[in-house]
Design a protein around this ligand. Structure first.
Ligand SMILES: Nc1ncnc2c1ncn2[C@@H]1O[C@H](COP(=O)(O)OP(=O)(O)OP(=O)(O)O)[C@@H](O)[C@H]1O
Length: 450
């Protein structure tokens, strides 16, 4: 690790909470030379957060440590795989003005340059939860504009939608380097449109968006309530669709359920294929961890991967964050990542994830979710409106806590363990056959573990 960065972290340790430090700054890799400091974030999300929340503080601290203002460059990647920064953008500057970071200018919209090369199908771990999404994204990448148009990937945060979208874009480019792929987050689309309106260059805006071979827009739920944007997107969509240019979109839920999204847009989104990306099961979580660790060159045993996969169920981003924290800590202290080291290092984080998942908490959340009274949920009444939520709460208790069947039965008004077992089997079967049930189940897991 860069010595300068290590000293900067040591100083910041006194200022920031341990959780913030571990989640956002420890996972960064650093390289410094006479020209400046380069920080590598493991993913775009960390990069954005560090830039927004911590960059001014980091810059001020570096100025303090070195006595001059130092150029800090932030990018996604790893210090092992990068060439040194170009001198022109990294000259040390004398301290003339106070070390306050200027707000970052809006990112220009460039074709192709905005695809993350690390997000490929090879680095994507397949499991039951994302199989369909991966297959569809691959199909689209092999036959852009022809397989499914638009392809819409939807599901909770941090489950790999962006990864798959980039993977499709990268594969299109690999198969045809001339292919113009434009990826952007929906906020960037909105920003570009506002800018075009302000500078009266809507024609240029339209031309630019309609001249791509594939348009990839992330998190379209942010279009909700933005009528002018939706109007413009609608026209862009039509133009692309008609000339068989590929559209790939992601959304944090099934678009029909997004309020304030125009009905005609919702209907367009349904023309192609919509695929749900669901939270990965235990085995997939462990496999993802091992694969990420391998990619980052971090030695992690199966036991450690299983420990994290068992305790962190919320989403892959959280899992990856935990791995980055572990890697950075192990590097910092020069220690191997054993299960004891992982337990110790991630104690607070694991406790936060475990906290929500108690049987009483599950009961309360399920009662709220189905709008039944807690005392009714725990009562002996057998009406269907209570029986089903009760079975779900029991099955969730088995899935998410370490309690035994008899203990869970006790917690539900002294029921027999066979009743709990029956509940678990019924819910499992229903999840396989009933979409609504599966959505409820996934949603509840997200609420409880998110
Ligand atoms: N199956 C997987 N295999 C490998 N990595 C994965 C997988 N699923 C998710 N990830 C990783 O998890 C992180 C978060 O994924 P991503 O950003 O794609 O989530 P998302 O679903 O787009 O979330 P959001 O809606 O918050 O943008 C990324 O680093 C991604 O590489």
């Amino acid at each position: 690790m860069s010595d300068l960065w290590r000293r900067c972290l040591e100083r910041l340790e006194g200022e920031l909470s341990a959780e913030d430090l571990h989640t956002w700054l420890m996972p960064l890799q650093a390289r410094d030379d006479t020209l400046g400091l380069q920080l590598f974030a493991p993913n775009p999300y960390t990069l954005d957060t560090v830039r927004e929340r911590y960059l001014p503080r980091i810059e001020a601290m570096l100025t303090q440590l070195t006595g001059h203002e130092l150029s800090v460059r932030l990018e996604v990647g790893s210090s092992a795989s990068r060439v040194p920064p170009r001198p022109a953008s990294a000259m040390p500057r004398p301290v003339a003005a106070p070390a306050v970071a200027e707000p970052a200018p809006p990112a220009p919209v460039h074709f192709n340059h905005n695809l993350d090369p690390h997000y490929t199908f090879e680095t994507f771990v397949e499991g039951k939860s994302n199989q369909l999404g991966k297959a569809a994204a691959m199909q689209v990448a092999m036959n852009p504009g022809r397989a499914y148009n638009p392809l819409l990937l939807y599901g909770g945060t941090g489950l790999g939608k962006t990864h798959l979208m980039h993977a499709a874009g990268n594969l299109m480019r690999e198969r045809n380097p001339e292919f113009k792929v434009l990826y952007l987050r929906s906020e960037q689309f909105v920003g570009a449109m506002i800018e075009a309106l302000r500078t009266k260059s809507m024609d240029e805006f339209k031309r630019r968006f309609r001249s791509v071979d594939a348009l990839l827009i992330d998190d379209i739920q942010f279009f909700a309530g933005k009528d002018t944007t939706q109007e413009e997107f609608f026209h862009t969509f039509n133009a692309l669709f008609e000339s068989k240019q590929q559209i790939i979109l992601t959304c944090d839920r099934y678009p029909k359920e997004v309020d304030k999204l125009e009905p005609r847009l919702k209907s367009r989104l349904g023309w192609g294929l919509s695929v749900a990306i669901e939270p990965p099961d235990f085995e997939t979580r462990a496999a993802i961890l091992l694969s990420k660790a391998h990619d980052k060159g971090v030695a992690v045993s199966e036991n450690v991967a299983m420990l994290l996969a068992k305790r962190i169920r919320s989403n892959v981003r959280d899992l990856e964050g935990a791995l980055n924290t572990l890697a950075a800590r192990a590097n910092f202290y020069g220690k191997p990542i054993t299960t004891e080291f992982a337990e110790e290092t991630l104690r607070d984080l694991l406790a936060t994830h475990a906290q929500a998942v108690t049987v009483p908490n599950i009961q309360k959340i399920v009662a709220d979710y189905y709008q039944v009274r807690l005392q009714d949920l725990l009562s002996k009444r057998r009406v269907r409106s209570l029986a089903r939520p009760r079975q779900i709460a029991m099955a969730l208790s088995k899935e998410l806590t370490e309690h035994s069947l008899p203990e869970i039965g006790d917690a539900f008004g002294g029921r027999d363990h066979t009743t709990v077992l029956h509940a678990c089997r019924t819910i499992k079967k229903l999840c396989e056959t009933d979409t609504r049930m599966r959505q409820d189940w996934e949603q509840l897991i997200r609420i409880l573990t998110g």
